[in-house]
Design a protein around this ligand. Structure first.
Ligand code: BTN
Length: 280
């Protein structure tokens, strides 16, 4: 195994492993995280789960470092030691044809609630980002394989915990003032230990997703809106492919997880993806 050395912005590999042991000791989950696979470095935890079909429902795969971390829309996810990179495999029994958006939304709510417990006030930026003070601290990438009566979901979460912000900004100057870490937002010089965040988030995710009536869209939508606070807000939305920018008021988030926006021209348009910004 590679010797990662010790920097101020990362737990040592052994300390990082200990966080997952502490999580397993403290967690009341019955399925998620009963099996945790800890790896020093791999391309991507989502890819690992897709390539290891034999791994069972509830398995968590985590890497100290990802060499090819994947973000939404084929973007890269910077995955140096210091962050939390994990994927969860869930077989969701469902004959209903629901949108995987509600899986992502539930995971986002779970992590928001966990961050509330350490006195942070995250917001959700549609569709899948967690922000602190307007800067991205986490992203979620849910990939699904659907059959007739079940969905296998591979849910990847990247959370900036102790990452070295200066290093990120030096490597990617465009991210200046767009990205943050938990350590930075808590203004703490000590390294942050994350087992309690995992316990809280994964317990919420299990108790919501692995229930017979999942997804209770109205209930999840209400919680999601408390963190996203987007309805009736004036926004611009940049279309991913054409980069066209539309201005309007968000009238609704639909049951499919798309946004309805009443544009300045008075027309209601539906968006399934896009880069959104609030206008005062
Ligand atoms: C995004 O905001 O674009 C989603 C980022 C998702 C990153 C996580 S890190 C763990 C898992 N493995 C990956 O390669 N991606 C997800």
């Amino acid at each position: 195994m590679k010797n990662f050395g010790l920097k101020k912005h990362m737990l040592s590999f052994t300390e990082w492993e200990k966080e997952f042991q502490n999580f397993q000791k403290a967690s009341n989950t019955k399925i998620i995280g009963k099996n945790v696979i800890l790896l020093p470095e791999i391309p991507s935890t989502n890819i690992y789960l897709k390539e290891h079909n034999e791994l069972k429902h509830g398995t968590v795969v985590t890497a100290y470092e990802q060499l090819k971390g994947k973000g939404q829309k084929d973007r890269k996810w910077i995955s140096k030691p210091g962050g939390l990179y994990l994927s969860i495999k869930l077989d969701i029994l469902s004959t209903k044809n629901f949108s995987p958006f509600w899986i992502t939304a539930t995971v986002a709510i779970g992590f928001c609630k966990a961050l509330n417990q350490i006195q942070l006030q995250p917001t959700i930026k549609w569709p899948n980002d967690l922000l602190l003070n307007g800067k991205k601290v986490a992203g979620i990438l849910t990939e699904t394989i659907m059959t007739n009566n079940s969905i296998t979901a591979i849910i990847g979460i990247g959370l900036n915990v102790n990452n070295d912000l200066n290093e990120i900004i030096t490597l990617f100057p465009d991210l200046q003032s767009k990205v943050t870490t938990l350590q930075h937002e808590l203004q703490q010089s000590d390294l942050l230990h994350f087992s309690n965040i995992l316990v809280s988030a994964l317990e919420y995710i299990e108790s919501t997703i692995l229930t017979i009536n999942f997804p209770d869209i109205d209930a999840i939508k209400n919680e999601w809106l408390e963190y996203a606070d987007i309805e009736a807000k004036k926004v611009t939305i940049e279309k991913i492919d054409s980069h066209e920018i539309i201005t309007g008021i968000v009238t609704k988030i639909t049951d499919a997880g798309s946004l309805l926006i009443k544009t300045d021209l008075g027309k209601v348009e539906e968006f399934t993806s896009g880069e959104i910004k609030f206008i005062k």
